[in-house]
Design a protein around this ligand. Structure first.
Ligand SMILES: NC(=O)c1ccc[n+]([C@@H]2O[C@H](COP(=O)([O-])OP(=O)(O)OC[C@H]3O[C@@H](n4cnc5c(N)ncnc54)[C@H](OP(=O)(O)O)[C@@H]3O)[C@@H](O)[C@H]2O)c1
Length: 328
């Protein structure tokens, strides 16, 4: 699979990674055996970047990754974890030396490693990005060997730009897909210029861009696509990328006419992201080995034509932009 450089580091990661929120919680039931099958299918298909977080199943996702990697004696996967969102409510004061050290040490334990490959602060409050002391603390964790690199998972473009402006930030993870195109204008060019990796999360708009849902689709009670539709549990932008479900279905219907024969909607949606200059990797979440395997095919299909990209931009401007306004 095509590799792209991770920030300013000497590591490279494939253009398709794996999101592992599904292996924690919030997506209905995923058994341990299914979770290990997802990791195995992704790895066997060439995925070498797993995104996880201390909060996914309160550590379950990290522990499953560790079980998989250690039992198979695999040492060529870059694991990007996230810390900070096990504590609620959030406040900027939480991002102090003691808490950060404890969170990072807990993830080191869950992942059974001395040094974490990449730590991303998990959508911290906006003021945190302007706290010089925080960046000194993060630098000190690189110096003492706790982490190799750090980055941020952000909610908004302003937060992305603030993170990109910091000299030692390696990566910024942001919601980016055909139904969330706003990062194209400023965030991607700024990241490219600063050698900061962009990790595109929610690339399938929580599955909407797989094209498999319709107006009658329902989700289990313990699935955020059921309980967070109005943003009751966390930022609504993380569920269907903040797009109204019916409007999203209409956009998908219109995009689906463009898909070349033999290509699936999910592959087409992921390829659109991979093709954008400034993107390092996409991290589709998968609930089965088949999904994990299928998503890797996005790296093998032809790039989208400029006509296709223009039509997708038109659909976005007509249907999606008016609904989400200037948010995120
Ligand atoms: N704040 C943060 O930092 C944050 C927030 C959100 C996500 N993330 C990260 O980003 C990753 C990806 O985002 P996401 O999982 O929320 O959304 P996503 O990748 O856009 O959507 C995942 C869903 O898409 C469907 N899917 C995946 N592959 C498919 C395929 N090949 N064919 C058909 N359907 C497919 C599955 O839906 P079904 O379940 O219906 O099969 C799956 O649960 C997460 O796993 C997590 O690692 C981070």
């Amino acid at each position: 699979m095509e590799l792209r450089k991770l920030g300013k580091s000497n590591k490279s990661i494939p253009v398709v990674g794996l999101g592992t929120w599904q292996l924690g919680a919030d997506w209905g039931e995923v058994t341990e055996s299914d979770a290990l099958k997802v990791l195995d299918a992704a790895y066997e298909s060439g995925v070498r970047f797993f995104d996880t977080a201390d909060a996914y199943g309160d550590g379950r996702s990290e522990q499953l990754i560790s079980t998989f990697l250690t039992s198979r004696k695999i040492n060529d996967v870059v694991v990007g974890t996230k810390v900070g969102r096990r504590v609620m409510p959030q406040s900027p004061e939480l991002y102090n030396l003691e808490n950060l050290r404890n969170w990072i040490d807990r993830s080191r334990k869950n992942l059974q490693v001395d040094t974490l490959d990449l730590v991303q602060l998990h959508c911290p409050p906006s003021s945190v990005y302007h706290d010089d002391k925080l960046f000194e603390i993060l630098d000190s964790f690189i110096d003492d060997g706790r982490i190799s690199a750090y980055g941020f998972s952000v909610e908004t473009r302003a937060e992305a730009l603030a993170a990109i402006a910091r000299p030692n930030v390696e990566s910024v993870q942001i919601v980016f897909n055909m139904l969330r195109q706003a990062p194209l204008a400023e965030v991607l060019p700024a990241a490219l210029a600063a050698d900061v990796s962009i990790i595109a999360r929610v690339p399938l708009a929580s599955g909407l861009l797989s094209g498999k849902y319709d107006a009658h689709t329902t989700f289990p009670e313990n699935d955020h696509r059921n309980y967070n539709r109005e943003g009751k549990a966390f930022d609504i932008g993380e569920t269907f990328a903040g797009v109204d479900f019916d409007i999203g279905l209409e956009a998908v219907r219109r995009i689906s006419h463009m898909i070349p024969e033999g290509v699936t909607m999910a592959e087409f949606a992921l390829r659109w992201i991979i093709d954008q200059s400034g993107i390092t990797t996409v991290i589709p979440g998968a609930r089965s080995g088949e999904q994990a395997k299928a998503n890797v095919r996005a790296a093998q299909i032809s790039p989208l034509s400029s006509e296709m990209k223009s039509e997708i931009a038109e659909i976005y401007n007509e249907l999606i932009a008016p609904q989400i306004g200037g948010k995120w």
